[in-house]
Design a protein around this ligand. Structure first.
Ligand SMILES: [Zn+2]
Length: 204
């Protein structure tokens, strides 16, 4: 099986990835989380342009679209190959980045909200979060950047069908906004603050 196929196969068979990742001193990190770890994406010009999950980053590297600039320290074992898990990757061809909002998706909303429930402020793994309509759908709320937030199941149940104006014991951490390049940059800087491998590309 080629590495590319192994990755695609791995996407369907998480257990294979579990078996393949040797976490070393990161053994406390669940393998599934390792593949979701954020990877900084640089343009060919070294300008930071995005954050993606480690799984996506590995696919870009294996397809020859990007190369690993900084390694994470973990190694993926696939057949006879060892692939260092990337922390920072760089696209080999320069891409013009449109200054438009990203696609509205569960993944992007969780990224915007940094996997943090926007009501209780607790950090969760993506699987433990749901999307909450601030104005409930049953009351005419739409699925938009401004009306969807990351929310834990407990807060989601507690809020129920109520409007914010009807709730005294819950508050939104911040007003939900579209995910712009500006938001991306803020998140990149925030995530990269404590990481030397990211910092040199983010602060100059
Ligand atoms: Zn919550």
């Amino acid at each position: 099986m080629s590495l590319g196929k192994a990755m695609i196969h791995a996407r369907k068979q998480k257990s294979i990835v579990k078996a393949a990742i040797h976490a070393g001193d990161h053994a406390h990190v669940h393998p599934h989380h390792i593949l979701q770890m954020p990877v900084l994406v640089l343009n060919a010009s070294y300008e930071p342009i995005n954050i993606c999950g480690a799984r996506r980053a590995l696919v870009l590297v294996l397809k020859g679209i990007a190369r690993t600039e900084e390694e994470h320290g973990l190694v993926l074992h696939a057949q006879r190959s060892r692939i260092p898990m990337p922390s920072v990757i760089r696209l080999l061809e320069y891409r013009r980045i449109p200054h438009q909002t990203r696609a509205l998706s569960r993944k992007n909303i969780l990224l915007r909200d940094r996997n943090t429930c926007q009501y209780c402020g607790i950090l969760f793994s993506p699987g433990e979060l749901t999307l909450d309509h601030v104005v409930p759908r049953s009351r005419g709320g739409n699925s938009t950047w401004e009306n969807l937030v990351a929310c834990c199941h407990a807060c989601n149940r507690r809020k129920g069908n109520r409007m914010m104006s009807e709730i005294e014991d819950m508050m939104l951490l911040r007003e939900p906004r579209p995910f712009s390049l500006h938001t991306s940059r803020q998140i990149m800087r925030m995530l990269g603050r404590g990481d030397d491998r990211w910092r040199k590309y983010l602060f100059y």
